[in-house]
Design a binder for this molecule. Structure first.
Ligand SMILES: [Zn+2]
Ligand SMILES: [Zn+2]
Length: 440
């Protein structure tokens, strides 16, 4: 149902539109019909609702270019409905789903059936990437042009790197004909080996096999060089270390068409917390050192890293509740992304709120999706956030089907209370009428 709504008196912050002030927003038939100073607009649309947003912030909806919705094949972890419910609860108005499903999204028939399911089951629009190689085995390219015709936004073997430089080169040559972005999980398996966490002082102390940062940065440098040579367009997924940023800086300076994303967990946590041996802190790439973490924050601030992505990776409890070494890699992240960044980076003054808000939706343009804007005539892609609300992660459960969240149990500030996606209400906090009650 298209939203009919007056959002009254909220503090609107849209850095792209250079708005940072209290505003009323009138939404008619799912579109932003009017913007004006508080009290200047008709009190409510015909048949619509007036929502008092005084004391709350209104941001352009967030866009996540990297989520795992686990469908087809692993619906016990997540599916399109639960995954997009988690997205909406986190303020996201669109997400991009990875193809490492069972079977993989490596042919047009699988992609078409997913797109059909999403049309009826998704709470927010979902874009799909197809795999670069068949079954993500790295041996044979998919039919990239056909997959693009079927709606793939681009290609990735995420979960795995494209080990062969020759294979990636061929994919970049086909990309010229097929279009779309090639997104890369950068890791050299020969360097990662059997590693289960970041290689450093903590892994040495714990006696756990490490994944060195050069496992990522050498592949970033290699694939960036290939992108320059083939004039390809690549997006580097979940960059996690300082050496990768150095490589990205060089590539961007050379004019390469390279973009990069970073995850909230890499921006806010370090390998130090792995001392707990809690498998919620096991992900790939791993939590790295404080030096890496602060370099990532600096990269995000400067725009060297283009956008935030969650790499939302749900796993069932029975899979994660095993010894650290045996647990699968991944953390959920859609429901906590903004609050984690606000609490751990904005509140201590490490980064500006406006920068976080901009980077939370900057992934849209990189995948040729519309960028949410708070401007007259735009479809309503908006999230309403109560920055003063404190909440304990997981205390009221999760919208996601899985609870392997690395922020579980933490008290965060900033609660999403309403998400409008593509002009419709995708999420509304149960206590919106008395949202103050959420603050403890
Ligand atoms: Zn990955
Ligand atoms: Zn991933």
């Amino acid at each position: 149902m298209p939203a009919e709504l007056l959002i009254a008196g909220g503090h609107v912050l849209d850095p792209r539109e250079e708005i940072d002030e209290p505003c009323d927003i009138l939404i008619r038939e799912g579109h932003i019909a009017e913007l004006g100073p508080p009290g200047s607009l008709p009190d409510r649309p015909d048949g619509g609702e007036r929502l008092d947003a005084t004391g709350k912030h209104v941001f352009p909806g967030f866009v996540d270019p990297h989520v795992h919705l686990r469908t087809p094949g692993q619906e016990y972890k997540e599916d399109i409905e639960s995954g997009t419910a988690a997205a909406a609860a986190g303020g996201f108005c669109a997400v991009v789903a990875m193809p490492n499903t069972v079977p993989a999204v490596d042919d047009a028939a699988v992609l078409r059936s997913l797109t059909d399911t999403a049309r009826s089951a998704a709470r927010v629009p979902v874009g799909f990437l197809a795999s670069i190689t068949r079954r993500l085995e790295g041996a044979e390219l998919t039919e990239m042009a056909e997959l693009r015709d079927a709606g793939a936004l681009g290609f990735t073997d995420d979960g795995k790197p494209v080990v062969s430089a020759g294979m990636l080169r061929k994919a970049l040559q086909y990309q010229r004909l097929a279009g779309g972005v090639v997104a890369l999980h950068e890791e050299d398996p020969a360097l990662s080996g059997e590693g289960v966490m970041h290689e450093g002082a903590v892994s040495a102390r714990l006696g756990l096999a490490g994944i060195p940062s050069v496992s990522e940065s050498t592949m970033v440098a290699r694939d960036g060089a290939l992108a320059v040579y083939e004039d390809g367009r690549v997006h580097l997924q979940h960059v996690s270390c300082m050496e990768s940023l150095t490589a990205i800086e060089r590539l961007k300076a050379a004019g390469a068409s390279v973009s990069a994303e970073v995850c909230p967990h890499h921006l806010t946590l370090t390998d130090d917390i792995v001392r707990t041996l809690d498998s919620r802190f096991k992900m790939n790439p791993p939590l790295r050192s404080e030096r890496d973490r602060s370099a990532l924050v600096d990269g995000l601030r400067r725009g060297l890293v283009d956008c935030v992505a969650t790499d939302h990776a749900p796993h069932a409890r029975h899979e994660k509740e095993v010894p650290f070494e045996q647990a699968p890699m991944g953390t959920t992240g859609l429901e906590t992304a903004f609050a984690a960044l606000f609490t751990e980076l904005v509140m201590p003054g490490e980064i500006e709120l406006a920068t976080v808000v901009e980077r939370m939706s900057a992934g849209a343009a990189l995948f040729d999706l519309p960028t949410p804007r708070i401007a007259r005539g735009e479809p309503a892609n908006i999230c309403l956030v109560d920055l003063s609300a404190k909440w304990e992660v997981g205390a009221r459960g999760y919208a996601s089907r899985s609870d392997n969240c690395c922020f579980h149990g933490r008290t965060l500030h900033g609660r999403v209370v309403l998400t409008l996606a593509g002009g419709a209400t995708a999420f509304r906090a149960p206590l919106l009428a008395e949202v103050g009650a959420l603050a403890r």
